[in-house]
Write a protein that binds this ligand. Structure first.
Ligand SMILES: Nc1ncnc2c1ncn2[C@@H]1O[C@H](COP(=O)(O)OP(=O)(O)OP(=O)(O)O)[C@@H](O)[C@H]1O
Ligand SMILES: Nc1ccn([C@@H]2O[C@H](COP(=O)(O)O)[C@@H](O)[C@H]2O)c(=O)n1
Length: 672
């Protein structure tokens, strides 16, 4: 997962390969609640691991459910409809699928058994309406107190006392703001069917009906057979009791599939994008996104648990579509619309305005930043195609909304819109995808191909102990980029030569060895032929040997391709001696880092003594001077600034100040 302040996506030109989707958020949180309320243990397979499921799990644990994590599954032992804890404060983040059903379940449990529970979330959750659900619970006779603005969380359900609930008359709930209110009642009211059936009647036209279908199917898996009259009236039979199905599998998230369906429709020209975990047999309403994608031109094939998508019509075809049945996935159509041959109008999407953010306003604002013409209304959005040449590099604000981040990432495919100037796209706060798809960007990068030469590189060269490694790794962490410590390759070659008894002057043998290095970077550990060489790699003596090995042109040549292979999406920070001059001469930013030899020696002394390695300042000064001389005066790729490098003397700069300085230079060169 990328937890950086922003993530820059270079222009992308193709996509192919397989993505395995994480579990559905809607199914995961419904299953967790049902398993938590049921008696016995439920073995939940392929559960989504994300922010929204984590808050649900934390709430269940606080309520006395037992959770046991195994490698492949989560075992949930429920409370069997009996409160184990009578008071708790539950923080539910921005998870509507946790807030609404838990409010209903705890309201009836607290009212009938005596208890009081506070439910709160992030500030945006406190702006998302819940009043219609609260009204329904109050009709039943459940005490519910607004702790801030009436009709919105935070709430307190229950007052510690027990209450007789009015289950004889139908409970009325509005269905035209969020279908989650009805879902919440359907999931919770089996708890109060001991004395007779309970009826729920929906006021207004129910939106997002497919989500109710998921609720009903999952209730059936847990032994509750709801009788109903269309989507107007639902009856929970007397004596409804949650029975664990034993094992239950969570299918992949159909809303998350939409980004990869769109990716295939826009970019998969030869081989398809294959999506695994969700398919034509899906119980999720958002699977119907594929109909919309096909209407726009996508070629879609599928079966049980899989889909394959390729580009069909190109440009895509603009469509007008009522999206009431696919409210979440429909956001993806708004970005596909940029690649269409005419306007795309998405209607009946008023619910977008009360989601993680006001999604109609957010989508219109961000698409306009890219250069698009967008019209928005109370319940629709109309997007005009964005012709080649009209695309602008944009920094996309994501409003703490995972779907904004994932949808807008598709704008990086802009080179496919025509022959205009390709532009990168910046996604702000990429961590927001953690709500439903923590590894979304990793999955995307596995499938796409960047425009040739567009993966950005930042080089940091300079003499020994100037702080290159420290600076480079901080920069890579801040930008979410890969890191190349090129010195480690020369050091590893020297160690391998030492092990094999090869002379450091034997250029041909050293080059052969360098070309076959079996080197693996595993976090901070470095493995050579499976052996952990992390510690010996960093020895001063190894640095000295590396310096001798690195003077040989054939060795440098042998390591050249390996270094280039580190240039992968989304970008690279490379540190060494010749990164800016030889290996990445087209790097966007080249920094040449220096510090006085005395400063460098004293930093290295501190570093070595800190690790418990004996050293003296005089000894280090002599070593550094010798290494500087050899590295700077050698005939091939000497250590020197590239002509277009920026010099940074950090003798009097802290590490943080150096990082800020270089990030400032970097930002100044980006087009955002
Ligand atoms: N700006 C700075 N101010 C103070 N200390 C620093 C600064 N930058 C780096 N250091 C410290 O200097 C030491 C050497 O830094 P580092 O290992 O990053 O250098 P290097 O140039 O990568 O060395 P080498 O060429 O041997 O790989 C480390 O202990 C690091 O914490
Ligand atoms: N691009 C590079 C990187 C390193 N070297 C040589 O390797 C020695 C060790 O490098 P460290 O950065 O890990 O200290 C160094 O002294 C150089 O001789 C190189 O030539 N080119």
């Amino acid at each position: 997962m990328y937890s950086t302040a922003f993530l820059d996506l270079p222009p992308l030109v193709n996509a192919a390969g397989t993505v395995r989707l994480p579990g559905s958020k809607s199914i995961s949180n419904r299953v967790l609640l049902l398993a938590g309320l049921a008696e016995g243990t439920t073995d939940v397979r392929d559960l989504l691991d994300s922010d929204d499921t984590r808050v649900m799990l934390a709430a269940l644990e606080a309520l006395g459910c037992r959770l046991q994590r195994n490698r492949a599954s989560l075992l949930v032992t429920g409370i069997g409809g009996q409160l184990r804890t009578r008071e708790a404060k539950l923080f539910l983040g921005n998870a509507g699928t946790a807030m609404r059903p838990l409010t209903a379940a705890l309201a009836v449990l607290a009212a009938t058994q005596g208890g009081a529970f506070e439910l709160s979330g992030v500030p945006r959750m406190h702006e998302r309406p819940i009043g219609d659900l609260v009204d329904a619970l109050r009709q039943l006779g459940c005490p519910v107190a607004d702790l801030a603005q009436p009709g919105f969380p935070p709430l307190r359900v229950g007052d510690g006392a027990t209450h007789m609930l009015q289950t004889g008359a139908p409970i009325r709930v509005r269905g035209d703001v969020s279908s989650q209110f009805l879902t919440a009642l359907l999931l919770a009211l089996p708890l109060v069917t001991t004395d007779g059936p309970v009826t729920i009647e929906v006021d207004g036209e129910l939106i997002s009906k497919p989500y109710i279908d998921i609720t009903l199917r999952l209730l059936a898996r847990f032994g509750i057979d709801v009788q109903r009259d269309g989507y107007r009236r639902f009856v929970l039979p007397q004596g409804s009791a949650y029975r664990t199905p034993g094992r239950i599998h969570v299918e992949g998230d159909a809303s998350s599939a939409s980004y990869f369906v769109a990716l295939g429709a826009i970019a998969a020209t030869d081989k398809p994008v294959r999506i695994e975990g969700v398919g034509l047999d899906s119980i999720q309403g958002d699977i119907r996104f594929i109909d919309a994608a096909q209407a726009m031109g996508a070629q879609v094939k599928g079966g049980d648990g899989w889909l394959e998508v390729k580009r069909g019509a190109w440009p895509l075809k603009g469509i007008t579509l009522n999206c009431n049945h696919i409210p979440d996935a429909a956001m993806t159509l708004a970005v596909m619309a940029l690649y269409a041959d005419g306007p795309t109008r998405l209607t009946d999407i008023a619910s977008w305005r009360v989601k993680e953010t006001d999604r109609i306003a957010a989508m219109a604002t961000e698409l306009r930043k890219l250069g698009a013409t967008v019209e928005e209304g109370a319940d629709f959005i109309e997007v005009q195609p964005l012709p080649a040449g009209a695309w602008r590099a944009a920094s996309i604000h994501t409003y703490d909304d995972h779907r904004m981040a994932m949808c807008l990432s598709l704008a990086a495919l802009n080179p496919l819109a025509g022959a205009g100037q390709p532009v990168p796209v910046r996604i702000e706060d990429p961590r927001c995808v953690a709500k439903t798809f923590p590894d979304y960007f990793e999955a995307l990068f596995d499938l796409v191909q960047p425009l040739a030469g567009s993966v950005p590189v930042l080089t940091v060269d300079g003499p020994t102990a100037s702080g290159k490694g420290t600076l480079a790794s901080e920069l890579a962490a801040k930008l979410g980029y890969h890191l190349l410590d090129s010195g480690a390759l020369y050091r590893a070659t020297a160690l391998a030569a030492q092990d094999a008894g090869i002379s450091l002057e034997d250029e041909a043998s050293l080059a052969m060895m360098a070309a076959q290095l079996d080197l693996r970077f595993d976090g901070h550990r470095v493995l050579l032929g499976g052996r952990d060489i992390t510690d010996p790699l960093r020895l001063e003596s190894t640095g000295g040997m590396a310096s001798r090995v690195s003077v040989h042109p054939a060795v440098r040549q042998a390591l050249f391709q390996l270094q280039l292979s580190f240039r992968r999406l989304p970008g690279l920070v490379a540190d060494g001696r010749d990164m800016g001059t030889v290996v990445f001469p087209s790097a966007e930013l080249k920094v040449f880092l220096t510090a006085s030899v005395e400063q460098r020696a004293s930093r290295r002394l501190k570093q070595l003594l800190g690790k418990g390695v004996a050293a003296t300042l005089d000894g280090l000064l002599a070593d550094l001077r010798a290494r500087d001389e050899r590295d700077m005066l050698r005939s091939v790729a000497p250590c020197k600034p590239a002509e277009d490098a920026v010099l940074l003397d950090n003798s009097a700069l802290s590490i943080d100040a150096s990082v800020e300085q270089v990030l400032g230079w970097w930002q100044a060169r980006r087009p955002f």
